[in-house]
Design a protein around this ligand. Structure first.
Ligand code: 2AM
Length: 185
């Protein structure tokens, strides 16, 4: 099954993003905007994982997540992969180096479980908001949203998510592990 690990931001900060992009949704030719219910921040993409590997993957991920404290994060800016000029994916950026360490740990745990194919591209924390089938010039969109900073929020848990491909991609949360409590302040 096709699996990935993700953070799910709280509704209030997603409201801020939704308000910021609202004037543009449906207005850019070629861009498809997935339903807000599917929004997430991927920590690690595992690809196809054989069913018999999943229990061990869950044990390793639980262990990796326990070793990290809750993360203080904020959305900041919008951008596109591979670039605003030649975009296939339009996203909101996420601040916070600690997320990179958590992502590395989760990927290492998955490798030990034998969940093989983790994404080796440099990790760039983001929340995908829209996709294009062909490279699209999104510079006007990205420029018009420049300067956006969302409220600070705390990510307290990591989800293991199954992706059901189809006409409409559907995500199913299979497990959720709490990060260790963060210190006060
Ligand atoms: P994206 O948001 O940039 O599209 C489920 O597909 C999640 O895993 C998405 O958030 C997707 O990132 C992420 N992902 C990372 N690498 C992927 C890959 N090689 N193929 C599909 N999804 C990938």
């Amino acid at each position: 099954m096709r699996l990935f690990a993700a953070l799910v931001p709280p509704g209030e900060v997603l409201d801020e993003i939704e308000r910021a992009i609202a004037p543009h949704v449906g207005q850019v030719p070629g861009l498809r905007w997935p339903d807000r219910a599917t929004w997430h921040i991927t920590l690690a993409f595992f690809g196809e994982v054989p069913e018999h590997v999943v229990p061990e993957l869950e044990v390793r991920l639980a262990r990796a997540v326990r070793r990290h404290t809750a993360l203080d994060l904020a959305f900041e800016g919008f951008g596109a992969f591979s670039s605003a000029r030649r975009a296939r994916v339009f996203w909101a950026g996420v601040t916070g180096d600690p997320m990179i360490r958590l992502s590395d740990s989760v990927k290492a745990g998955a490798r030990r479980a034998g969940a093989g194919q983790t994404d080796e591209k440099r990790f760039h924390p983001h929340l995908t908001l829209a996709r294009a089938k062909t490279e699209t010039d999104l510079r006007p969109l990205v420029d018009s949203l420049a300067g956006f900073t969302g409220s600070a929020w705390r990510a307290g848990a990591v989800h293991l998510v199954r992706s059901h491909l189809g006409a409409q991609v559907r995500y199913e949360s299979l497990a959720e592990w709490d990060l260790a409590p963060a210190g006060r302040g």
